[in-house]
Design a protein around this ligand. Sequence first.
Ligand SMILES: [Zn+2]
Length: 466
Amino acid sequence: MALRFYNTLTQQVEQFAPLSDNIVRMYTCGPTVYNYVHIGNLRTFTFQDILRRWLRAHGYRLDHVMNITDIEDKIIRNAAAERKSIGEYTAVYTQAFLEDAATLRLEKPERLVEATRHIDDMVQAIQKLGERGFTYLSEGSVYYRIASFPGYGKLSHNDFSGIRAGARVDLDEYDKADARDFVLWKAKKDGEPAWATSLGEGRPGWHIECSVMAMKYLGETLDIHTGGVDLTFPHHENEIAQSEALTGKPFVRFWLHAEHLSIDTQKMSKSAGNFYTLRDLLGMGYAPEAVRYLLASVPYRKKLNFTFDGLKAAATSIERLRNYKLRLETGKFSPGVNEKLEQTTLAARKAFDEALDDDLNTAEALAAVFEYVRDTNTAMDAQELLSGNAVSALEFLARFDSVFDVLTPSTRGGGLSDAEVDEQIAERNAAKKAKDFARADRIRNELSAQGIVLEDTKEGVRWKRQ
Ligand SMILES: [Zn+2]
């Protein structure tokens, strides 16, 4: 079976291939840098990371653009409250976002683009929309006339034909019930940052920024556009209206939307006290890999119910996989290949691939991995797994980890290198040999404090990072 995705635009699961050149041209609505991103945002970004990695596993190259929204109502409000310039204020949270993304092992998109560096492009696009009769001016602001775009509503599958012409909305975010002509260019208000342009003094609306930056770097028709499901309306609907009015061509072939994350089945909110950033979870002692695993483990189109039990279970699953890998790497296996087990490996790999090809069904893919781990652990217990099988098992594990990326422990601050750990173990062995058991225990405890666990086996000491 081929790679396929659920397309919000057609409401169908469709076979995917890029339009040209084996390159996937993809756009992601990035963060609005007014605060730290929360784990709901990170769920969406983790989905995009799994998507990137699986597209590459198919041999595609990526040209992936993510915007940084660094001018917006909440930014202006918060920066003013802290008496900072917009640039000073957003630099802090842009950096924090990049750090969080790196901690979660989210690959960096090929291009990260900031809205404030594309004001001229946006002004030109708004002017062109005006020349084509899609806009009007009111009190210094420019609005998009949705009645002039017959396809309005095709992404969110809403019928907006009854909307009263001329009703306007100045906010960037609003409900379906408030579908109105939306603002492209906001006239300057007192105390707000503004750019002096041919449209007058003001600043761009949020929606135009994504249309302009997506098409500037990726061309008029994108292969994939992703975002959280809450962006479907109005943001993505408005992106389509703007972009297709400018080019007369389909803006995006595949729209992929990630579902919400809830906390203990509740909506995450600051007022409910169940609002978490990645930094909060790390501060409680959870490893970034456990967070990544949990966020990736539920298929992106299903609602993810975040619980601390789930996070602990994620950590346990990772631990199991790492122990399994260690056993394969350090075990003594008889030479040769058990053909029956080779078939098991092939079948597991096929099940893994088919699950991810099926609209990134990560839950099924993980099930295939754990079934395989169980079967081959049993085979190792029975001495039926041979050296050739160990090689292919490690290869399968590497394929798994090229997508899920949880097997290598994050290094802690001040962590020991592998060579330093080996040195300590050699000293401990020497101490034991000299019957200085107090010293041997001290070394073990010191290593343990640094997250290094020793295990005495028949073949000598094995160690791992926790
Ligand atoms: Zn966007």
